[in-house]
Design a protein around this ligand. Structure first.
Ligand SMILES: [Cu+2]
Length: 284
């Protein structure tokens, strides 16, 4: 009996290390996100009841359903949907808990999010990784935001969508450059000769284009521009809601930037450099 207990503990520890224990509970938390002079009330999917500025990445196996519990700590109803899967969606009432199954999906990267107005504009949107099993995995959840629209929605007002959309912040996992270097999920740190997958989701309100320096990456999956699967490129366009899985092979040492190819998206509140820039750091 004691051996069995030891064995099960060991198996669980191994599972955690291999990143195969699927996250099975999500909390919808509200909190504040600070950027330059702006403080924005935001919503996030977190792995605990404690607010974190980044939405947690979910990970599951290919072609098998994922049991998921979502606890909504917010005072508004939200939902859980997956971009492109119109027949799937689950509502979660305020201060309530809902358990459901995410349908089986093929290998790849998908956007999960809440499609209500507050969910969309206040950032309830994350990365769902399916069937990825490389030891080194990173994810980039791209977002753009306009604080005036967020303030209007979080205070219960009207969406100011008659005003032109002029986003002021462009983030990767809710980090803007230079703080992207602090993000262990997004800052790609590898040893020479290693490989990794990078799961990218566009949670923003515009298309984004990323440019890699130093590396050409291979499309392993994409949810929208599927003719690109297998292409090896240094420039990766992502349409709104698109999920892309890239393979990066660390075949040279050094520190290389990855940046949005749209100049406004590499600024913070109009100041360059900022926004969607992160780094690939390959050490000997
Ligand atoms: Cu470039």
């Amino acid at each position: 009996m004691r051996n069995h207990i030891h064995l099960s503990i060991i198996i669980c520890v191994i599972s955690l290390n291999m990143n195969v224990c699927a996250q099975d509970t999500l909390w919808i938390n509200s909190g504040e996100w600070y950027q330059s002079q702006d403080t924005m009330s935001v919503l996030r999917f977190n792995e605990t009841a404690v607010f974190d500025t980044s939405n947690v990445a979910l990970s599951t196996f290919a072609d098998s359903s994922l049991p998921l519990t979502v606890i909504n700590t917010d005072t508004e109803p939200h939902n859980f949907v997956i971009d492109g899967f119109v027949s799937f969606g689950v509502g979660i009432l305020p201060n309530d808990t809902t358990t459901f199954e995410v349908p089986p999906l093929s290998m790849g990267t998908y956007r999960y999010f809440s499609s209500d107005q507050a969910g969309l504009y206040l950032g309830l949107s994350g990365v769902l990784k399916v069937g990825l099993n490389m030891p080194n995995q990173f994810h980039w959840n791209l977002a753009d935001c306009m604080p005036e629209r967020m303030d209007s929605i979080s205070s219960g007002g009207e969406l100011l969508d008659e005003e032109p959309y002029i986003p002021r912040y462009f983030s990767i996992n809710s980090f803007t450059y230079p703080h992207t270097a602090l993000d262990t999920n997004g800052y790609v740190a590898l040893s020479l000769g290693d490989s990794c997958t990078i799961s990218i989701v566009n949670s923003g309100f515009m298309d984004h284009v990323l440019h890699f320096h130093g590396f050409h990456v291979e499309y392993l999956s994409t949810t929208i521009q599927t003719s690109r699967i297998g292409w090896i490129k240094d420039t990766i366009p992502l349409k709104q809601g698109e999920g892309v899985t890239l393979l990066l092979i660390a075949n040279q040492e050094g520190i290389y930037p990855v940046h949005n190819h749209n100049l406004i998206a590499v600024t913070n509140s109009g100041f360059y450099p900022g926004g969607m820039i992160t780094l690939i750091n390959i050490t000997p």
